[in-house]
Write a protein that binds this ligand. Sequence first.
Ligand code: GDG
Length: 469
Amino acid sequence: MSDDRPLIVVANRLPVSRGPAGWQASAGGLVTALRPVMSEVGGAWIGWDDDADEVPRRVDGLGCDLHAVKLTPTQVQGYYHGFSNRTLWPLFHDLIEQPVIDRGWWTSYQEANRAFAEAVAAVIKQVPGQPVLWVQDYHLLLLPQMLRELAPDAPIGFFLHIPFPPPELVARLPWRDHLMSGLLGADSVGFHTSRFRDNFVRSVQRVFNGVTALGDVLVLPSGRQVRAVAHPISIDVDEFSALATSEGTERELAALREQFAGRKVFLGVDRLDYTKGIRHRLQSIELLLERNADLRREVAFVQVAVPSRDDVKEYRELRTEVETEVGRINGRFTEPGHDVPVHYLYRAISREKLAAYYRLADVMCVTPLKDGMNLVAKEFVTVQAAADEAGVLLLSEFCGTSVEFGDDAVRCNPFDVEGLSYLMESTLTLDEDDRRARIRRLAEVVREADVYRWVSDELDAIRRGAERP
Ligand code: GDG
Protein backbone atom coordinates (compact mmCIF):
# COMPACT_ATOMS: atom_id res chain seq x y z
CA MET A 1 0.00 0.00 0.00
CA SER A 2 2.82 2.37 -0.66
CA ASP A 3 0.42 3.01 -3.60
CA ASP A 4 -0.92 6.53 -4.08
CA ARG A 5 -2.93 6.69 -0.89
CA PRO A 6 -1.73 9.16 1.70
CA LEU A 7 -0.43 7.68 4.93
CA ILE A 8 -1.46 9.06 8.29
CA VAL A 9 0.81 7.94 11.10
CA VAL A 10 -0.50 8.39 14.63
CA ALA A 11 1.98 8.13 17.49
CA ASN A 12 2.24 9.48 21.00
CA ARG A 13 4.91 11.97 19.98
CA LEU A 14 5.58 14.05 16.92
CA PRO A 15 8.96 13.33 15.37
CA VAL A 16 10.25 16.82 16.17
CA SER A 17 11.76 18.70 19.08
CA ARG A 18 12.52 22.35 19.71
CA GLY A 19 16.19 23.14 20.24
CA PRO A 20 18.19 26.37 20.24
CA ALA A 21 18.16 26.29 16.41
CA GLY A 22 14.35 25.96 16.26
CA TRP A 23 12.21 22.93 15.39
CA GLN A 24 14.07 19.91 14.08
CA ALA A 25 13.52 16.21 13.40
CA SER A 26 14.26 14.29 16.60
CA ALA A 27 16.08 11.03 17.47
CA GLY A 28 14.57 7.81 18.92
CA GLY A 29 13.66 4.27 17.89
CA LEU A 30 10.28 4.98 16.36
CA VAL A 31 11.35 8.17 14.61
CA THR A 32 14.48 6.53 13.24
CA ALA A 33 12.29 3.79 11.82
CA LEU A 34 9.62 5.92 10.17
CA ARG A 35 11.49 8.99 8.93
CA PRO A 36 12.82 7.46 5.70
CA VAL A 37 9.41 6.12 4.81
CA MET A 38 7.47 9.30 5.49
CA SER A 39 9.89 11.25 3.31
CA GLU A 40 9.14 8.78 0.54
CA VAL A 41 5.36 8.42 0.57
CA GLY A 42 4.36 11.70 2.19
CA GLY A 43 1.30 12.16 4.36
CA ALA A 44 0.70 13.35 7.86
CA TRP A 45 1.95 12.58 11.35
CA ILE A 46 -0.31 13.16 14.33
CA GLY A 47 1.12 13.27 17.84
CA TRP A 48 0.92 15.04 21.15
CA ASP A 49 3.16 18.00 21.92
CA ASP A 50 3.34 20.25 24.99
CA ASP A 51 3.56 23.24 22.67
CA ALA A 52 0.77 22.09 20.37
CA ASP A 53 -0.09 25.63 19.20
CA GLU A 54 3.46 26.37 18.14
CA VAL A 55 4.31 23.21 16.22
CA PRO A 56 4.97 24.09 12.55
CA ARG A 57 3.09 22.23 9.81
CA ARG A 58 6.37 21.16 8.12
CA VAL A 59 9.93 20.59 9.31
CA ASP A 60 12.88 19.95 6.97
CA GLY A 61 13.73 16.32 6.33
CA LEU A 62 10.48 14.69 7.49
CA GLY A 63 8.45 14.78 4.29
CA CYS A 64 5.06 14.89 6.02
CA ASP A 65 2.68 17.39 7.61
CA LEU A 66 2.66 17.64 11.38
CA HIS A 67 -0.56 17.87 13.41
CA ALA A 68 -0.24 18.33 17.14
CA VAL A 69 -2.77 16.92 19.62
CA LYS A 70 -3.47 19.09 22.64
CA LEU A 71 -3.85 17.43 26.04
CA THR A 72 -4.54 19.01 29.44
CA PRO A 73 -1.89 18.69 32.19
CA THR A 74 -4.15 16.23 34.04
CA GLN A 75 -4.56 14.11 30.92
CA VAL A 76 -0.80 14.10 30.30
CA GLN A 77 -0.18 13.04 33.87
CA GLY A 78 -2.71 10.20 33.78
CA TYR A 79 -2.40 9.04 30.17
CA TYR A 80 1.34 9.37 29.62
CA HIS A 81 3.28 9.40 32.89
CA GLY A 82 0.67 7.22 34.61
CA PHE A 83 -1.15 4.63 32.54
CA SER A 84 1.34 4.36 29.65
CA ASN A 85 4.59 4.48 31.58
CA ARG A 86 3.69 3.14 35.03
CA THR A 87 0.95 0.63 34.19
CA LEU A 88 1.39 -0.69 30.64
CA TRP A 89 5.18 -0.33 30.31
CA PRO A 90 6.12 -2.44 33.36
CA LEU A 91 3.28 -4.92 32.76
CA PHE A 92 4.26 -5.45 29.12
CA HIS A 93 7.93 -5.84 30.14
CA ASP A 94 7.27 -8.85 32.36
CA LEU A 95 6.88 -6.95 35.66
CA ILE A 96 10.51 -5.85 36.00
CA GLU A 97 8.88 -3.11 38.06
CA GLN A 98 5.41 -3.39 39.59
CA PRO A 99 2.62 -1.88 37.46
CA VAL A 100 0.38 0.61 39.25
CA ILE A 101 -3.39 0.27 38.74
CA ASP A 102 -5.08 3.67 39.02
CA ARG A 103 -8.63 4.39 37.89
CA GLY A 104 -7.96 8.09 37.36
CA TRP A 105 -5.11 7.26 34.97
CA TRP A 106 -7.40 4.93 33.05
CA THR A 107 -9.94 7.75 32.62
CA SER A 108 -7.19 10.03 31.29
CA TYR A 109 -5.95 7.28 28.96
CA GLN A 110 -9.43 6.95 27.45
CA GLU A 111 -9.79 10.74 27.13
CA ALA A 112 -6.39 11.10 25.50
CA ASN A 113 -7.07 8.31 23.01
CA ARG A 114 -10.36 10.09 22.21
CA ALA A 115 -8.47 13.38 21.64
CA PHE A 116 -6.18 11.56 19.19
CA ALA A 117 -9.22 10.12 17.39
CA GLU A 118 -10.70 13.61 16.99
CA ALA A 119 -7.42 14.90 15.61
CA VAL A 120 -7.33 12.06 13.08
CA ALA A 121 -10.93 12.81 12.06
CA ALA A 122 -9.98 16.45 11.38
CA VAL A 123 -6.92 15.47 9.31
CA ILE A 124 -8.85 12.88 7.27
CA LYS A 125 -11.10 15.71 6.05
CA GLN A 126 -8.06 17.61 4.78
CA VAL A 127 -6.37 14.85 2.76
CA PRO A 128 -7.56 13.64 -0.65
CA GLY A 129 -9.05 10.13 -0.99
CA GLN A 130 -9.14 7.35 1.56
CA PRO A 131 -5.94 7.50 3.64
CA VAL A 132 -4.27 4.57 5.32
CA LEU A 133 -4.23 5.02 9.10
CA TRP A 134 -1.27 3.55 10.93
CA VAL A 135 -1.31 3.72 14.73
CA GLN A 136 1.88 3.24 16.73
CA ASP A 137 2.49 1.73 20.11
CA TYR A 138 1.16 1.15 23.60
CA HIS A 139 0.01 4.69 24.28
CA LEU A 140 -2.81 4.26 21.77
CA LEU A 141 -4.24 0.78 22.31
CA LEU A 142 -7.82 2.07 22.22
CA LEU A 143 -7.41 4.15 19.09
CA PRO A 144 -7.94 1.55 16.32
CA GLN A 145 -11.51 0.84 17.48
CA MET A 146 -12.26 4.56 17.89
CA LEU A 147 -11.02 5.13 14.33
CA ARG A 148 -13.05 2.19 13.03
CA GLU A 149 -16.19 3.92 14.34
CA LEU A 150 -15.20 7.22 12.75
CA ALA A 151 -14.06 5.81 9.41
CA PRO A 152 -15.59 2.32 8.97
CA ASP A 153 -13.98 1.71 5.57
CA ALA A 154 -10.50 3.06 6.25
CA PRO A 155 -7.58 0.63 6.22
CA ILE A 156 -6.31 0.73 9.81
CA GLY A 157 -3.06 -0.77 11.09
CA PHE A 158 -1.52 -0.92 14.52
CA PHE A 159 2.07 -1.74 15.45
CA LEU A 160 3.31 -2.47 18.97
CA HIS A 161 6.94 -1.47 19.55
CA ILE A 162 7.24 -3.18 22.93
CA PRO A 163 6.70 -6.82 23.88
CA PHE A 164 3.18 -8.22 24.15
CA PRO A 165 2.96 -10.18 27.41
CA PRO A 166 1.40 -13.59 28.04
CA PRO A 167 -2.36 -13.70 28.80
CA GLU A 168 -1.72 -14.27 32.52
CA LEU A 169 -0.24 -10.78 32.73
CA VAL A 170 -2.84 -9.12 30.51
CA ALA A 171 -5.43 -10.60 32.88
CA ARG A 172 -4.19 -8.31 35.65
CA LEU A 173 -5.59 -5.26 33.86
CA PRO A 174 -9.12 -4.51 35.03
CA TRP A 175 -9.73 -2.95 31.58
CA ARG A 176 -8.32 -5.79 29.48
CA ASP A 177 -11.58 -6.22 27.52
CA HIS A 178 -11.59 -2.55 26.48
CA LEU A 179 -7.93 -2.65 25.53
CA MET A 180 -8.29 -5.82 23.45
CA SER A 181 -11.41 -4.47 21.72
CA GLY A 182 -9.47 -1.30 21.02
CA LEU A 183 -6.77 -3.22 19.17
CA LEU A 184 -9.26 -5.40 17.32
CA GLY A 185 -10.59 -2.29 15.57
CA ALA A 186 -7.52 -2.54 13.32
CA ASP A 187 -7.29 -4.56 10.09
CA SER A 188 -3.78 -5.61 11.01
CA VAL A 189 -2.05 -5.72 14.39
CA GLY A 190 1.74 -6.03 14.14
CA PHE A 191 4.38 -7.22 16.62
CA HIS A 192 8.16 -7.61 16.46
CA THR A 193 8.18 -11.39 16.97
CA SER A 194 5.87 -14.34 16.55
CA ARG A 195 6.04 -14.99 20.30
CA PHE A 196 4.51 -11.55 20.99
CA ARG A 197 1.95 -12.18 18.25
CA ASP A 198 1.03 -15.54 19.78
CA ASN A 199 0.68 -13.94 23.22
CA PHE A 200 -1.76 -11.46 21.69
CA VAL A 201 -3.78 -14.16 19.95
CA ARG A 202 -4.00 -16.21 23.15
CA SER A 203 -5.00 -13.11 25.13
CA VAL A 204 -7.79 -12.27 22.68
CA GLN A 205 -9.07 -15.83 22.89
CA ARG A 206 -8.96 -15.75 26.66
CA VAL A 207 -10.82 -12.45 26.91
CA PHE A 208 -13.45 -13.12 24.22
CA ASN A 209 -15.34 -16.30 23.45
CA GLY A 210 -15.74 -17.51 19.89
CA VAL A 211 -12.61 -16.05 18.28
CA THR A 212 -10.94 -18.43 15.81
CA ALA A 213 -7.33 -18.17 14.71
CA LEU A 214 -6.61 -19.34 11.14
CA GLY A 215 -2.92 -18.80 10.44
CA ASP A 216 -2.34 -15.05 10.70
CA VAL A 217 -6.05 -14.27 10.66
CA LEU A 218 -8.33 -13.89 13.66
CA VAL A 219 -12.01 -14.36 12.88
CA LEU A 220 -14.19 -12.50 15.38
CA PRO A 221 -17.69 -13.68 16.36
CA SER A 222 -19.10 -10.87 14.17
CA GLY A 223 -17.31 -12.43 11.17
CA ARG A 224 -14.86 -9.52 10.95
CA GLN A 225 -11.27 -10.54 10.30
CA VAL A 226 -8.14 -9.08 11.85
CA ARG A 227 -4.60 -9.99 10.87
CA ALA A 228 -2.08 -10.58 13.66
CA VAL A 229 1.40 -10.46 12.19
CA ALA A 230 5.06 -10.56 13.22
CA HIS A 231 7.26 -7.95 11.51
CA PRO A 232 10.62 -7.23 13.13
CA ILE A 233 11.48 -3.54 12.96
CA SER A 234 14.90 -2.59 11.65
CA ILE A 235 17.12 0.31 10.61
CA ASP A 236 18.05 2.24 7.48
CA VAL A 237 21.13 0.17 6.60
CA ASP A 238 22.47 2.49 3.89
CA GLU A 239 22.21 5.48 6.20
CA PHE A 240 24.15 3.76 9.02
CA SER A 241 26.69 2.28 6.60
CA ALA A 242 27.43 5.75 5.22
CA LEU A 243 27.58 7.20 8.73
CA ALA A 244 30.13 4.53 9.71
CA THR A 245 32.88 6.08 7.61
CA SER A 246 31.69 9.68 7.33
CA GLU A 247 34.18 12.48 7.92
CA GLY A 248 32.53 13.41 11.22
CA THR A 249 32.58 9.82 12.49
CA GLU A 250 36.26 9.37 11.50
CA ARG A 251 37.14 12.58 13.34
CA GLU A 252 35.33 11.49 16.50
CA LEU A 253 36.84 8.02 16.26
CA ALA A 254 40.39 9.33 16.00
CA ALA A 255 39.92 11.25 19.25
CA LEU A 256 38.36 8.22 20.99
CA ARG A 257 41.10 5.85 19.80
CA GLU A 258 43.65 8.20 21.30
CA GLN A 259 41.73 8.46 24.57
CA PHE A 260 41.30 4.69 24.95
CA ALA A 261 44.65 3.63 23.42
CA GLY A 262 45.88 0.27 24.69
CA ARG A 263 42.54 -0.65 26.28
CA LYS A 264 39.69 -2.92 25.24
CA VAL A 265 36.40 -1.04 25.23
CA PHE A 266 33.07 -2.49 26.38
CA LEU A 267 30.12 -0.30 25.35
CA GLY A 268 26.50 0.12 26.42
CA VAL A 269 24.06 2.54 24.73
CA ASP A 270 20.59 2.71 26.21
CA ARG A 271 17.83 4.99 27.31
CA LEU A 272 18.13 5.02 31.08
CA ASP A 273 15.33 2.50 31.56
CA TYR A 274 15.01 -0.39 34.04
CA THR A 275 14.20 -2.75 31.15
CA LYS A 276 17.65 -2.27 29.62
CA GLY A 277 19.56 -4.24 32.27
CA ILE A 278 22.09 -1.48 33.06
CA ARG A 279 22.20 -2.29 36.79
CA HIS A 280 22.82 -5.99 36.15
CA ARG A 281 25.46 -5.16 33.52
CA LEU A 282 27.33 -2.92 35.96
CA GLN A 283 27.24 -5.63 38.60
CA SER A 284 28.76 -8.04 36.09
CA ILE A 285 31.46 -5.51 35.34
CA GLU A 286 32.17 -5.17 39.05
CA LEU A 287 32.55 -8.95 39.37
CA LEU A 288 34.79 -9.06 36.32
CA LEU A 289 37.13 -6.43 37.74
CA GLU A 290 37.02 -7.98 41.19
CA ARG A 291 38.27 -11.29 39.77
CA ASN A 292 40.84 -9.83 37.37
CA ALA A 293 43.09 -7.18 38.85
CA ASP A 294 45.07 -7.06 35.59
CA LEU A 295 41.99 -5.97 33.64
CA ARG A 296 41.46 -2.85 35.75
CA ARG A 297 43.89 -0.91 33.57
CA GLU A 298 43.29 -2.88 30.40
CA VAL A 299 39.57 -2.47 29.86
CA ALA A 300 37.24 0.48 29.85
CA PHE A 301 33.43 0.40 30.05
CA VAL A 302 31.59 3.22 28.37
CA GLN A 303 27.91 3.53 29.24
CA VAL A 304 25.89 6.09 27.31
CA ALA A 305 22.67 6.53 29.30
CA VAL A 306 20.17 8.73 27.50
CA PRO A 307 17.94 10.59 30.01
CA SER A 308 14.42 9.20 29.92
CA ARG A 309 11.13 9.73 31.82
CA ASP A 310 12.88 11.46 34.69
CA ASP A 311 9.56 12.67 36.04
CA VAL A 312 8.65 9.06 36.90
CA LYS A 313 9.73 7.85 40.34
CA GLU A 314 11.12 4.47 39.20
CA TYR A 315 13.36 6.19 36.64
CA ARG A 316 14.76 8.68 39.16
CA GLU A 317 15.50 5.78 41.51
CA LEU A 318 17.16 3.86 38.70
CA ARG A 319 19.40 6.82 37.92
CA THR A 320 20.50 7.05 41.54
CA GLU A 321 21.22 3.31 41.66
CA VAL A 322 23.18 3.34 38.40
CA GLU A 323 25.22 6.35 39.46
CA THR A 324 25.92 4.82 42.86
CA GLU A 325 27.11 1.61 41.20
CA VAL A 326 29.34 3.51 38.74
CA GLY A 327 30.81 5.47 41.67
CA ARG A 328 31.39 2.28 43.64
CA ILE A 329 33.16 0.52 40.76
CA ASN A 330 35.36 3.50 40.00
CA GLY A 331 36.05 4.02 43.70
CA ARG A 332 37.06 0.38 44.13
CA PHE A 333 39.08 -0.15 40.99
CA THR A 334 40.61 3.11 39.77
CA GLU A 335 44.35 3.01 40.25
CA PRO A 336 46.18 6.23 41.10
CA GLY A 337 47.60 7.85 37.98
CA HIS A 338 45.29 5.81 35.72
CA ASP A 339 41.93 6.42 34.08
CA VAL A 340 38.67 5.27 35.67
CA PRO A 341 37.37 1.88 34.47
CA VAL A 342 33.77 3.09 33.91
CA HIS A 343 32.93 6.11 31.77
CA TYR A 344 29.33 7.10 32.33
CA LEU A 345 27.68 9.63 30.01
CA TYR A 346 24.23 10.71 31.19
CA ARG A 347 23.22 12.47 27.97
CA ALA A 348 22.40 11.86 24.31
CA ILE A 349 25.39 12.11 21.99
CA SER A 350 25.54 13.12 18.31
CA ARG A 351 25.00 10.47 15.63
CA GLU A 352 28.64 10.80 14.55
CA LYS A 353 29.87 10.23 18.08
CA LEU A 354 27.47 7.31 18.46
CA ALA A 355 28.83 5.71 15.26
CA ALA A 356 32.39 6.36 16.46
CA TYR A 357 31.64 4.55 19.73
CA TYR A 358 30.08 1.67 17.77
CA ARG A 359 33.31 1.39 15.78
CA LEU A 360 35.55 1.75 18.80
CA ALA A 361 33.80 -0.94 20.84
CA ASP A 362 35.52 -4.30 21.20
CA VAL A 363 32.42 -5.64 22.92
CA MET A 364 28.95 -4.12 22.54
CA CYS A 365 26.80 -5.00 25.55
CA VAL A 366 23.12 -5.17 24.59
CA THR A 367 21.80 -6.90 27.69
CA PRO A 368 18.18 -5.84 28.31
CA LEU A 369 16.05 -7.82 30.75
CA LYS A 370 13.24 -7.43 28.21
CA ASP A 371 13.12 -5.43 24.98
CA GLY A 372 10.66 -5.46 22.09
CA MET A 373 13.43 -5.37 19.50
CA ASN A 374 16.54 -3.23 20.25
CA LEU A 375 17.82 -1.16 17.38
CA VAL A 376 21.18 -0.43 19.01
CA ALA A 377 22.27 -4.02 18.30
CA LYS A 378 21.31 -3.70 14.63
CA GLU A 379 23.05 -0.33 14.32
CA PHE A 380 26.23 -1.68 15.94
CA VAL A 381 26.69 -4.63 13.59
CA THR A 382 25.85 -2.48 10.56
CA VAL A 383 28.39 0.22 11.45
CA GLN A 384 31.07 -2.33 12.38
CA ALA A 385 30.66 -4.30 9.15
CA ALA A 386 30.65 -1.16 6.99
CA ALA A 387 34.04 -0.20 8.45
CA ASP A 388 35.39 -3.78 8.47
CA GLU A 389 35.75 -3.81 12.25
CA ALA A 390 35.83 -7.01 14.33
CA GLY A 391 33.87 -6.28 17.50
CA VAL A 392 31.71 -8.71 19.46
CA LEU A 393 27.99 -8.37 20.13
CA LEU A 394 26.99 -9.60 23.57
CA LEU A 395 23.24 -9.97 23.24
CA SER A 396 20.46 -10.72 25.71
CA GLU A 397 18.22 -13.63 24.83
CA PHE A 398 15.28 -11.49 26.02
CA CYS A 399 15.18 -8.95 23.20
CA GLY A 400 13.45 -9.28 19.85
CA THR A 401 16.75 -8.89 18.02
CA SER A 402 18.07 -12.16 19.42
CA VAL A 403 15.36 -14.07 17.52
CA GLU A 404 16.89 -12.93 14.22
CA PHE A 405 20.57 -13.00 15.22
CA GLY A 406 21.11 -16.61 16.30
CA ASP A 407 24.52 -17.73 17.49
CA ASP A 408 26.66 -15.17 15.67
CA ALA A 409 25.98 -12.92 18.62
CA VAL A 410 27.26 -14.10 22.01
CA ARG A 411 23.92 -14.86 23.63
CA CYS A 412 23.51 -14.10 27.35
CA ASN A 413 21.01 -14.27 30.18
CA PRO A 414 21.36 -10.83 31.79
CA PHE A 415 19.68 -11.98 35.03
CA ASP A 416 22.66 -14.26 35.64
CA VAL A 417 25.04 -11.52 36.73
CA GLU A 418 27.94 -13.82 37.46
CA GLY A 419 27.45 -15.79 34.23
CA LEU A 420 27.42 -12.51 32.32
CA SER A 421 30.71 -11.48 33.89
CA TYR A 422 32.30 -14.76 32.70
CA LEU A 423 30.87 -14.26 29.22
CA MET A 424 32.32 -10.75 29.13
CA GLU A 425 35.68 -12.21 30.03
CA SER A 426 35.43 -14.92 27.38
CA THR A 427 34.75 -12.40 24.60
CA LEU A 428 38.28 -11.03 25.13
CA THR A 429 39.81 -14.23 23.80
CA LEU A 430 37.72 -14.70 20.64
CA ASP A 431 39.71 -15.03 17.44
CA GLU A 432 39.77 -11.89 15.29
CA ASP A 433 38.85 -13.57 11.98
CA ASP A 434 35.96 -15.31 13.68
CA ARG A 435 34.74 -12.01 15.16
CA ARG A 436 34.93 -10.23 11.82
CA ALA A 437 33.06 -13.04 10.05
CA ARG A 438 30.32 -13.01 12.67
CA ILE A 439 29.86 -9.26 12.40
CA ARG A 440 29.57 -9.57 8.62
CA ARG A 441 26.95 -12.30 8.87
CA LEU A 442 24.96 -10.32 11.44
CA ALA A 443 25.07 -7.21 9.26
CA GLU A 444 23.80 -9.33 6.37
CA VAL A 445 20.81 -10.39 8.49
CA VAL A 446 20.01 -6.73 9.11
CA ARG A 447 20.45 -5.81 5.44
CA GLU A 448 18.05 -8.59 4.38
CA ALA A 449 15.33 -7.17 6.61
CA ASP A 450 15.86 -3.42 6.86
CA VAL A 451 13.38 -0.74 7.86
CA TYR A 452 12.01 -0.41 4.33
CA ARG A 453 11.12 -4.08 4.38
CA TRP A 454 9.43 -3.62 7.77
CA VAL A 455 7.32 -0.76 6.48
CA SER A 456 6.37 -2.50 3.27
CA ASP A 457 5.45 -5.70 5.16
CA GLU A 458 3.34 -3.69 7.60
CA LEU A 459 1.56 -1.67 4.92
CA ASP A 460 1.00 -4.79 2.90
CA ALA A 461 -0.61 -6.53 5.88
CA ILE A 462 -2.88 -3.52 6.44
CA ARG A 463 -3.92 -3.60 2.78
CA ARG A 464 -4.63 -7.32 2.83
CA GLY A 465 -6.43 -7.02 6.15
CA ALA A 466 -8.60 -4.24 4.74
CA GLU A 467 -9.66 -6.24 1.66
CA ARG A 468 -13.13 -7.06 2.92
CA PRO A 469 -15.03 -9.84 1.18
C1 GDG B 1 11.49 1.13 21.57
C2 GDG B 1 11.49 -0.32 22.11
C3 GDG B 1 12.27 -1.10 19.86
C4 GDG B 1 20.34 5.98 21.64
N1 GDG B 1 21.23 6.77 22.25
C5 GDG B 1 21.51 7.79 21.41
C6 GDG B 1 20.75 7.60 20.25
N2 GDG B 1 20.04 6.49 20.42
C7 GDG B 1 19.11 5.90 19.44
C8 GDG B 1 19.69 4.59 18.95
C9 GDG B 1 18.43 3.85 18.51
C10 GDG B 1 17.36 4.41 19.44
O1 GDG B 1 17.87 5.60 20.04
C11 GDG B 1 17.02 3.44 20.57
O2 GDG B 1 16.25 2.40 20.06
P1 GDG B 1 16.06 1.00 20.81
O3 GDG B 1 15.38 0.08 19.86
O4 GDG B 1 17.39 0.49 21.20
O5 GDG B 1 15.24 1.27 22.13
P2 GDG B 1 13.90 2.11 22.64
O6 GDG B 1 14.17 3.56 22.67
O7 GDG B 1 13.55 1.50 23.96
O8 GDG B 1 12.76 1.79 21.55
C12 GDG B 1 12.53 -1.16 21.37
C13 GDG B 1 12.10 0.32 19.38
O9 GDG B 1 11.12 1.04 20.16
C14 GDG B 1 11.65 0.38 17.93
O10 GDG B 1 10.48 -0.36 17.73
O11 GDG B 1 13.40 -1.66 19.20
O12 GDG B 1 12.48 -2.50 21.82
O13 GDG B 1 11.73 -0.33 23.53
O14 GDG B 1 18.09 4.17 17.20
O15 GDG B 1 20.59 4.88 17.91
N3 GDG B 1 20.81 8.44 19.21
C15 GDG B 1 21.66 9.51 19.31
N4 GDG B 1 22.38 9.77 20.44
C16 GDG B 1 22.34 8.93 21.50
O16 GDG B 1 23.00 9.19 22.51
N5 GDG B 1 21.78 10.35 18.28
